[in-house]
Design a protein around this ligand. Structure first.
Ligand SMILES: Nc1nc(=O)c2c([nH]1)NC[C@@H]1CN(c3ccc(C(=O)N[C@@H](CCC(=O)O)C(=O)O)cc3)CN21
Ligand SMILES: CC(C)C(=O)C(=O)O
Ligand SMILES: [Mg+2]
Length: 273
């Protein structure tokens, strides 16, 4: 398994970091078998596998339930777990309690939090001091979709670009081990990547980040309808899966499934009643 220091070295050596989400046992097994450097148990699981309309409905219990399944499927891959909406905003005590529950019960390698408010910066520092590595998440922060007014590219003007760079430096100074940059212009992500000494992992942030992250179901086109511009689908499981299920249904209907190959036969028919 990679360590924080390996990730740091990868940045220094300009060796790209591959990260992929996983939400359950089979996706985690696929990720580990394929050799991804890091798994993210993203709160996007709320939308992708639970059918919620945003990540806002996801709870600490949801994250623990899914992350435990992921750990069973990928025990040897560096795994980051998202802290869900409002689990780190009520008070520092409640944030630490939630972080402890997620970190202890899932045996994750790091937790991820969105934003760089004064409170979140303080939390990054406190968690790091307590021994919980933290990945920061800046740019498009989906837990704030109702404040941002939609899933839009962030940092497109002088002021917000400057703030994103300042926030990146701040989360690094407060101890973050890595920064996920979501939906920011390529040129800005490049500057941030050069300015901070921790690895940047981009999603819709261009090729100059130290690594890339995408959603497992997006790269497979599996259960998702509309793909964001930053996704490259590597297969079309919607199509292949639907074809397979249709064949199964029609073979059951027309009697061509099952054949004897899928049946258990009595060797001695005289034993039959
Ligand atoms: N399946 C899935 N993939 C994701 O990457 C993902 C989720 N779900 N759920 C949680 C968040 C939400 N995310 C999203 C969702 C939509 C866009 C999107 O449609 N963006 C526009 C950009 C619009 C603009 O130009 O400002 C796009 O066209 O890609 C982006 C990120 C990323 N996360
Ligand atoms: C999109 C990634 C970065 C994420 O936070 C998630 O999957 O929840
Ligand atoms: Mg997330």
């Amino acid at each position: 398994m990679l360590s924080r220091l390996d990730l740091q070295k990868m940045k220094e050596n300009k060796e790209k970091i591959s990260m992929l989400t996983a939400y359950d046992y089979p996706s985690a097994k696929a990720a580990e078998k394929s050799g991804v450097d890091m798994i993210l148990v993203g709160d996007s699981l709320g939308m992708v596998v639970l059918g919620y309309s945003s990540t806002v409905q996801v709870t600490v219990e949801d994250m623990i339930h899914h992350a435990k399944a992921v750990r069973r499927g990928a025990p040897n891959t560096y795994t980051v777990v998202d802290m869900p909406f409002m689990s780190y905003h009520i008070s520092i005590e409640e944030s630490l309690t939630n972080a402890r529950a997620i970190f202890q019960k899932t045996e994750a390698q790091a937790l991820k939090v969105e934003g760089a408010s004064k409170e979140v910066l303080e939390l990054i520092k406190r968690l790091t001091e307590a021994g919980i590595p933290v990945v920061a998440h800046l740019g498009l922060t989906p837990q704030s979709v109702n404040v941002l007014g939609g899933y839009k590219v962030q940092g497109k003007d002088k002021e917000t670009a400057r703030k994103l760079l300042d926030d990146s430096v701040k989360v690094a100074e407060h101890g973050a081990v890595s920064i996920v940059l979501e939906c920011v212009p390529k040129e800005l992500a490049e500057i941030i990547t050069k300015e901070v000494n921790i690895p940047t992992i981009g999603i819709g942030a261009g090729a100059d980040c130290d690594g890339q992250v995408l959603v497992y179901h997006d790269i497979l086109k599996y259960g998702v309808d509309r793909l964001p511009k930053f996704v490259k689908p590597y297969t079309d499981f919607n199509k292949h899966g639907e074809e397979a299920v249709k064949s199964y249904v029609s073979e059951v209907k027309n009697g061509s499934f099952p054949t004897d190959a899928q049946s258990f036969l009595m060797k001695d028919k005289s034993l039959l009643p």
